[in-house]
Structure formats: C-alpha cells, structure tokens
Design a binder for this molecule. Structure first.
Ligand SMILES: [Zn+2]
Ligand SMILES: [Zn+2]
Ligand SMILES: [Zn+2]
Ligand SMILES: [Zn+2]
Length: 770
C-alpha cells in the first residue's frame, strides 16, 4: 500500500537487472539525490509509461453516469439483508448530496423522501443520532411545506417516520451531563503552556541534539502519567485507500460494492462520515463537507484529481511525496529555497543544472551571505530564531538516509517519481504554476525537476518518518452487543514534531489520533532530564527482541539499545507467559528451546517445540471456526464449539496464553449476544487477565478490554461492578487518549446513567433500550 503495486515493482526491478553495469554503478555510487534522479530517469522509456498506464487503468477512478443507479440498487439489497452499515455506505455512494442538489433543479420530487427516510433509518441503526435527527427534520419540513396527498406511500412514510423518532428518543435517554471531575485534572495541561522553541509541544520538554542519536526531546521537569506532551496536526496526510485491488479488465461487474476506508472517512480531515460529498472530477476523492472539498481542491486536489489511478498504482508514499511538494507552494518559498540550497552545500540533495535553477541558486547564495554563519549553528529544521515549527522547512530537514537505501530501491523511487512528473506535465502543462500564490517565483515552479528531486527526497524520508494515523473502528455491533473495536490504519502522515521523538520498544508515551491530529501523552512518570520516547511499531509486547532488532535495522537503519532490548537476553530462553506451554500430565510450565521438558523435576515429560507449534496452529483454526459461527449468529453452536476449544487449550497452553485470551473474549461476545451478561462478564474477566500479563495493567490494550467489561456490566445492570469497571477503564484510557476520546465520553455517559437510575425493581435490560 505504501510502496508501488507489485506489478510495477517487479517490472522496474527487472529493468534494473537488465541495465548496463556502468549504469548500475552510476546509480549505486551517486552521492546526491539529483545524480540518482538523473541517472535513473534517463532510462524511463515510453513503453514503461505505457505499462504503468495500463496498470493505472485497472482502478476505477473516473465518474460513471450509471453508477448512482447501481449503488442505489445494491444499497437496497443490503438494506433488505439488514446490513445497515454497508447499506448506508452504498447509499452514500449514490451521492445523496448530489441528489439533493439535483432536486433543487427539478429532479423528480417523489424520489427524495424515500431515500431520506432510508438514510435516517441507517443512521439510527448506527447510533449516529444527531445526523438522523437532522435528516428527519429535513423530511418533516418537506411534508409540512407541501401537504401530502392521501396517497398511501406517503402515509407509510409518515408512520415509519414516527417509529424512527421514537427509536431516537429511546436512545437519547442517556443524560448529557456527566461528571467532569476526572477530565478537569487533565484539561489544565492541555498545551496551555505551549513550548516557545517547538510549536505543538508542551513546555515540559525541550529539543536537544545528541552526537549519536541526533535530535531528541528531553523532559524539562517531572512529568506525570497522562500529561499531554505533543498535540500536532499532520503537515500532510493521505488517506490509505484500504484493500481494493484493481479490477481485471473487461470484468462484467463494473462497480465495486466493497466498503473501504475511502468510503468511510473524509479524504481531507479524516472524519468518519457516511454521507460523503464526492469530488466533481473523480470518484475516489470524497469529503465530509463542501468546505473540506473546497480546501482540498485549492491545496492539492486540483492537480491530483486526474491522477487517481496512477497514484493508487504508485502507492501512498508517492502520493504523500507529491502532496508535500504541492503544499510547499504555499509556504514562504524563500525559506524553502534557502533550505534546498543548504542541502546542496551539504551534498545531500542537489539541484539540476538548468538555466532557471542557476538563477535560483545564485539568488540563494546571495541570501546565504546575508545570513552569514547563523545557519551553520542551528539545529536542523529550526528557523533563524531557533524555533522548530510544523512546516515544510522542518519536513525537509527530516533525514532521507540516502546512503542506506539499496540501489534498486533508489532506482524504483526515482523512476516512479519521474513517471509521475511526466504525467503531471501531460495532464496540465503548467501544472505546478497554475493557481499559485503570488509569493512563488515562476522560475522555481516552472522547473518540475527541482520538485522531482524534492519528491525523491520525501519518498526516501518516508520509510523512516511516515507516521501511521490510526483510529479505533467499531464493527459488528449488530450481532454482538460488545463493541468489536480494533485499531485500523487510516492514513499515512508526516508530523515534524512527533518525528523528533526517538524510538523505544517500551516507550514512556502513548500516541492517539483525532482526525489528522496526533496527541502524545506520558504513559508513565517521566523524571526531569529523561528522554521522551515513542514506539515506531516494533513494541516489546508484540514482537520478540530478535524480530524487533531486524525490523528496526532494515527499515530504520539503527540498532536498538532501549531498556527492553538491553535486558531481553535472560528472558528469551523461557519465553513470555503469553506464549508458554504447559505439561499435559502435571500442568507445570514447559521449558527449553527445540525440545521442551517439564518444569517439574519429578516429571519425565518432554516434547518438541515443532509439535507444540502445529498444535497451536490447529487450535487457532478451530477458534477461527467458532468465530465464524458467532459472526453468522449461530450463538449456541458457537458457544459449544468455543468451550471445546478452551478444553483443548487448557491441556497444553498456559492460562495466560494469547490464544486462551482470544477464546475467552469470543465466549464473552457470544454470551453477551444471548443477553447472558453474567456469563459474558465472567469470560471477559479471564480475557482481561491475559491482556494484563501480555500488555501490562496500564496499557491501552488493557483500557479497551476494561471498556468492554464496563459495557457488559452496564448492560447487565450490575451497578456497583459496572461503576468499578468504568472507573478503571477511565483511569487507563485517560492516560492514553485523553478526555476528548470517544471511549471516555461513552464511559462518562454510562456512569451518569447508572448514578441517575431509579432504584431497580424488576427492570430488565430490554425495557431500558426500546
Ligand atoms: Zn472533512
Ligand atoms: Zn477529484
Ligand atoms: Zn528496543
Ligand atoms: Zn509434567
């Protein structure tokens, strides 16, 4: 997804292997990015471009006039299957907003109310009550404005409308005022004291340089868990399109009814939305509002619009690189040019020797002399006053590690950028000069090659500096009452300030996202003078030490020496408890490498690791089957199946084994779906123990699990237990995601609802939610 599609990658690598030796050597030994770019791009031939074009055409990104009809029908089918969330998305593919706009221009009036009612119903089912209420009041004003004829379809509509309104009122029962005691503690530190040297960071940290590690953030005072340290909007972000392979050519089904991220989140601000406003020029860019569409158009989409298929083929990193250079046009270009020229002198990036650039170059030289030596003593990325800001200058200063990438990879990146630039030129001749702000010098922008080299730099930077923007996605709320939440990767972004943090496999902070804004909070006490760490992905609870070292070396080019990696060795032999096996005859834990023997000295049992590994694999397949039964609503069957799995698991896995946790979690879901809250809570508590051993008692994973427990106990009206679970979940989640997070808000609503309940006398959960 980040890199180009496999077909293009394979094609370019094939091309590389057929290059004359001298050309390969030229690319391998090139010292500057511009040399790499010009040595590589001279090999891009028109047949290569044709091949790339064919790949790009596999993606349906243009507008098709027949599409709305098709999606409406598919939406109706999903609606009848009671698959509301997919139906809602498919309806929004019919561009409800387009239809409403069309209605004002004499579109058949009778189509509108029915569609609106369907939309409202979907929204109620999805508990998006505000939007549903809005849709309903739109509908009502539609009725009152024109007294409805006695025709029956309208009466049915109105009856449906009444039902819907009652449903909404039922769901709105939860009072809106919730205790603010806990959130208050955290509001005080909400970046009210912004750092003077680093934008978007709190004054509790400062920017330092370390001869070995480069830039880093250090605590300037003692920091408490949950304290907000960085709150930064992405300088650039590109929505990951989600899994959507191109359709084979000539396939009968012309439209895709699969729902992906691109259908659920605004391409500009990443807000979740069901009624999308699509771009007028393409079908892949969709927005939450007219404003987002307008902004995106002015900032970058006017140029990206016609390139959809190509950008999907070349991958998200290429897209981010292009968007970065497009955004650079709006910054103080003098600063940017100066930055690029600094890089020339440092032999890191070089500009082409074209005439217009020689002028630019001379211009920079003049500037540099005026500034004198100040530039040399700065921390990279800071402006002349020593301030580090979320801007293009800071992005440009992120390390590209040019010397560490393989020559083939550099060739692939350069060729992709080159192809993209040729398309840009072909699509709209002065693509980069149109719609520019007055500040931009025409010489600079007219020369696409400068931007090509800049794009190549960004492409190489991204491997180490791209930040995955994630969100908690709730699915499966229909069959199971427990929110099935999982972290999903939503977009790829660049956050210059977050990028200042170094990696640790057991970081002292936690990151979360709201739209395109990243927040970093202390996950534990951090003493004055200690470094602030962030995890780049390989976390000690998810990967073994050897795996982490390998990953960090190949992707980020460094050897990790974090505390977790330091003290890994002695623990490695026994393995973590969430991967431990136990003896079949005496139940003691097994020990050893290839052949495991029983920890109980009196017991002679021994067994090969390979055998145990295949046993785990078989069990996982069985658990998967149980999960499928559960998803298909065969609850009793699922429970029987999963209880058998648990029995099997108990015979050879430790009680804290990750697979045991999974089984308990599934059982909890199954019982919750049957309305047996007590049993559900019992199983959830067992799964909670596994999560605690695996991720730690104050981990975000623990927070999500406690949240589920709170939901189950709430639904079961176990008031004291529910309040207790709410409190625990809140304590953990506040540290990781702060008071504005959706989960915290829901916990607070649950609490105030429980506290405000009349004494319970014979109230069943079903009476509560009509
Ligand atoms: Zn938006
Ligand atoms: Zn477009
Ligand atoms: Zn480490
Ligand atoms: Zn034994």
């Amino acid at each position: 997804m980040d890199l180009p599609v496999d077909e293009w990658k394979a094609y370019v690598l094939q091309k590389w292997s057929l290059l004359p030796k001298s050309a390969q050597v030229a690319v391998s030994t090139a010292e500057t990015l511009s040399e790499i770019f010009f040595h590589s791009s001279s090999f891009l031939q028109s047949e290569d471009e044709k091949f790339l074009k064919r790949l790009s055409q596999g993606y349906l990104v243009g507008k098709d006039p027949k599409a709305p009809c098709f999606y409406r029908e598919e939406g109706n089918k999903k609606f009848q299957e009671k698959n509301y969330s997919e139906a809602a998305v498919l309806y929004s593919k019919t561009c409800l907003n387009d239809i409403i706009r069309a209605l004002t221009h004499g579109y058949p009036e009778r189509l509108r109310p029915k569609l609106l009612l369907r939309k409202a119903e979907c929204l109620v089912t999805l508990r998006r009550l505000k939007e549903a209420s809005q849709t309903i009041s739109d509908l009502e004003s539609n009725f009152t404005a024109k007294p409805s004829p006695a025709a029956s379809p309208f009466q049915i509509l109105q009856e449906n409308l009444c039902c819907l309104k009652m449903k909404i009122q039922g769901k709105e029962n939860l009072p809106e005022t919730f205790p603010m005691t806990l959130t208050k503690d955290f509001e005080g530190v909400d970046l009210t004291e912004e750092n003077e040297e680093i934008s978007s960071a709190s004054s509790s940290v400062c920017l330092c340089t370390d001869p070995l590690k480069g830039r880093c953030l250090i605590a300037t005072k003692d920091i408490v868990p949950g304290e907000l340290l960085v709150k930064e909007d992405a300088f650039v972000s590109v929505l990951n399109p989600g899994k959507m392979p191109p359709l084979p050519q000539g396939l009968e089904s012309r439209w895709d009814t699969r729902v992906t991220n691109g259908d659920l989140y605004c391409h500009k601000c990443l807000q979740h939305t069901l009624a999308m406003v699509p771009c007028h020029g393409c079908s892949y860019a969709k927005y939450c509002s007219q404003e987002c569409m307008q902004q995106a158009w002015e900032l970058y989409h006017s140029i990206e619009c016609s390139l959809g298929g190509l950008l999907l083929t070349l991958g998200v990193f290429c897209h981010v690189a292009l968007r970065l250079t497009l955004l650079a046009r709006f910054e103080d270009v003098h600063k940017v040019v100066r930055r690029i020229c600094d890089e020339i002198n440092n032999k890191d990036v070089c500009l082409p020797e074209s005439k217009s650039l020689v002028e630019t170059f001379n211009y920079c030289q003049g500037e540099r002399e005026e500034i004198g030596e100040v530039v040399q003593t700065q921390i990279p990325g800071c402006n002349l006053n020593g301030k580090y800001e979320n801007n293009y200058n800071a992005v440009f200063s992120l390390l590209a590690h040019t010397e560490n990438h393989s020559p083939e990879h550099k060739f692939l990146c350069a060729l992709s950028v080159s192809a993209l630039c040729r398309q840009l030129e072909a699509a709209s001749p002065p693509a980069l000069t149109t719609g520019l702000k007055a500040a931009v010098t025409p010489e600079l922008c007219a020369d696409l090659n400068v931007w090509a080299v800049a794009m190549l730099r960004h492409l190489l930077q991204l491997q180490c500096n791209a930040q995955a923007i994630t969100t908690i996605q709730h699915t499966g709320s229909k069959e199971s009452m427990i929110a099935d939440s999982g972290q999903v990767r939503l977009a790829t972004g660049i956050f210059p300030v977050v990028s200042l943090l170094n990696h640790s496999c057991s970081p002292n902070t936690s990151v979360s996202f709201t739209g395109t804004v990243a927040t970093i909070r202390a996950a534990q006490q951090i003493k004055k003078g200690q470094e602030i760490f962030h995890c780049y992905g390989p976390h000690e609870s998810r990967m073994s030490g050897a795996e982490r070292q390998q990953k960090l070396r190949s992707q980020y080019f460094f050897d990790c020496s974090c505390p977790a990696c330091h003290c890994e060795e002695p623990r490695a032999a026994a393995g973590p408890r969430w991967e431990a096996f136990r003896c079949n005859s005496c139940r003691a834990l097994l020990q050893g490498d290839d052949v495991l023997s029983c920890g109980n000295r009196a017991c002679p049992e021994s067994i090969s690791r390979n055998h145990l590994a295949s046993q785990v694999q078989d069990l996982q397949q069985q658990v998967e089957m149980g999960w499928k039964l559960l998803r298909n609503g065969k609850l009793e069957q699922a429970i029987m199946w999963l209880l058998r799995c648990r029995e099997d698991a108990e015979s050879f896995l430790s009680a804290e084994h990750a697979v045991v946790g999974e089984i308990e979690d599934h059982l909890a879901r199954a019982y919750a779906a049957l309305g047996d809250w007590k049993k559900s809570a019992t199983h959830l508590q067992k799964s909670l123990q596994v999560v605690e051993v695996h991720h730690g008692s104050s981990s975000v994973e623990m927070g999500h699990e406690l949240f589920k427990l709170a939901q189950v106990l709430f639904n079961g009206f176990a008031v004291p237990e529910a309040l207790n679970a709410i409190q625990k979940a809140e304590e953990v989640l506040l540290v990781h995601s702060g008071p504005e997070s959706g989960e915290i808000q829901e916990l607070q609503k649950m609490r105030s609802c429980l506290l405000g309940l009349p004494p319970i006398t014979g109230v069943s959960p079903r009476d509560f939610a009509p």
